[in-house]
Design a binder for this molecule. Structure first.
Ligand SMILES: NC(=O)c1ccc[n+]([C@@H]2O[C@H](COP(=O)([O-])OP(=O)(O)OC[C@H]3O[C@@H](n4cnc5c(N)ncnc54)[C@H](O)[C@@H]3O)[C@@H](O)[C@H]2O)c1
Length: 447
């Protein structure tokens, strides 16, 4: 079945407004894209820049690059800006973050120096370990959201942009649950005017972006767009939203290892995950309120893959523990240990140990780039609401209320690529080939 979608062309400039633009992820993402543009670095880790997609039968051998197959914005057309509670230009901030080498930062010094954060909407109640010095003041949360809307309009006009995307790469806020004030757009707007405590700053950015016709991405585990009011606004304004929490290090591994265990019907007794991390994110997560938000996001993953309710002999009552320790000497170079207690034939125990010495922001930067480009594509394709097909990039992917989340990395990848195929009027790929077995069963016509 062929199914094609009308996609507006990617003409003109695409503004990328990053919340937390002075952070480690943001500066690594921006400096990285600027280096790639100059030819002084390669966009390793980015599907939109490096991956291919198979079209047609395997025997056809047709594998175009994704960027040649779907009409993505060109990275030369991206214009960066954003907000932060610190008032450093992105050159200074990248040097503070110490993720990239001086060589890579200096290669794009002038471009980074030209990016100055706009004043943020911030309240220490939601991120205990930070103090904001570059923040907006206003009569109410509604008033602050109006100021953010004005920032978006001004940025668009000043830079003569055709379109925009807003991405949250700001700090992790305290754990919040969906409450009555989030239940509808009307209650949410009333709540903003009354300064309701369940409305966090991240929600104001999302509200402002969607009100200005701009897609919103949530890279942190915050509740932010995962509330009925914001979903309603996205649907009403026909805009895509997605979150939450970039899937980069330990959880990326989990969503590969857990499907392997399940595929081979191997059991699990326990999964102990520990991390040391020394960047500002690690410091923020040292606060129990912010850690709780991260913990919830990290813990939910394995259950949804292993389905203990379907496989009680294998996965009932396994013990899952996640710890993050703030350890300044390591900076952004996180070290994660996983001890996985598994069992096989007749219940004989085995152990799996993984020691991942990764670089947090090096893994997150290509994810941010892909999400910006795919969300802009989704907008031009008229996709609205939750973009389930981008689950691939998230620890705790937003999903339709009637569906369970999909966390298996390879199912997520298949879903992403099949969505691109459908967008472009190509057949989806089931990986069932028209081979001898199927011909002898006379089933090929129905595939
Ligand atoms: N690096 C990864 O692999 C990864 C993976 C998943 C999620 N994340 C999440 O991404 C976010 C950013 O991570 P990071 O390592 O860049 O952290 P960071 O502390 O270096 O950067 C966060 C930035 O956000 C700013 N900020 C905080 N509150 C703000 C607000 N209300 N408005 C504007 N700016 C605000 C801070 O001043 C800081 O510059 C964190 O929430 C983190 O948990 C990171």
């Amino acid at each position: 079945m062929k199914n094609s979608v009308d996609i507006a062309p990617a003409k003109g400039k695409l503004g990328v407004l990053v919340v937390g633009v002075d952070g480690a992820v943001a500066t690594t993402f921006i400096a990285g894209v600027l280096n790639v543009r100059k030819g002084s670095g390669k966009p390793i880790g980015s599907l939109t820049q490096m991956a291919t997609i198979r079209i047609g039968e395997r025997a056809d051998n047709v594998f175009p690059y994704i960027k040649d197959f779907v009409p993505l914005a060109d990275i030369n057309d991206l214009v960066f800006g954003g907000w932060d509670i610190r008032n450093e230009n992105c050159y200074e901030a990248a040097n503070v973050a110490k993720v990239l080498s001086e060589r890579d930062i200096n290669a794009v010094e002038q471009e980074l120096k030209a990016i100055h954060p706009m004043k943020a909407v911030f309240d220490q109640f939601y991120v205990k370990r930070l103090e904001g010095t570059h923040v907006k003041t206003g009569k109410s949360k509604f008033d602050l959201a109006e100021q953010l809307r004005a920032d978006i309009r001004n940025f668009k006009a000043e830079n003569k942009l055709d379109r925009l995307v807003v991405i949250w790469a700001g700090s992790t806020e305290i754990f919040l649950k969906v409450s009555d004030v989030h239940k509808s757009l009307a209650t949410f707007e009333k709540g903003m005017k009354e300064n309701h405590p369940d409305i966090a700053p991240s929600m104001l950015y999302a509200y402002a972006a969607l009100s200005e016709g701009v897609p919103f991405i949530n890279g942190a585990p915050n509740l932010t767009v995962d509330i009925p009011a914001i979903i309603e606004l996205a649907e009403e304004n026909e805009l895509p939203i997605i979150g939450k929490d970039f899937k980069t290090g330990q959880t990326l591994l989990k969503t590969v290892i857990a499907p392997m265990l399940k595929a081979r019907m191997l059991g699990l007794n326990g999964w102990f995950s520990s991390n040391i991390l020394g960047n500002r994110d690690g410091e923020v997560l040292d606060d129990p309120g912010s850690f709780k938000t991260k913990e919830e996001s990290k813990l939910s993953v394995i259950d949804s893959i292993l389905q203990p309710e379907l496989y009680p002999d294998l996965y009932k009552d396994y013990y899952h523990k996640v710890k993050i320790h703030y350890y300044p000497p390591r900076g952004d170079n996180k070290e994660g240990w996983d001890n996985i207690d598994i069992f096989g034939w007749l219940g004989y125990p085995m152990e799996l140990k993984i020691n991942f010495l990764c670089r947090d922001s090096i893994l997150a930067a290509p994810v941010a780039l892909d999400l910006v480009l795919f969300m802009d594509l989704a907008r031009r394709a008229g996709f609205k609401g939750i973009q389930d097909w981008l689950s691939f990039y998230f620890k705790s992917p937003m999903h339709l209320p009637e569906a369970v989340p999909e966390n298996d990395l390879f199912i997520q990848l298949m879903k992403l690529k099949n969505t691109l195929r459908v967008m472009m009027g190509e057949e989806i790929i089931s990986h069932v080939e028209n081979d001898g077995v199927l011909s002898s069963l006379n089933l090929t016509d129905s595939i």
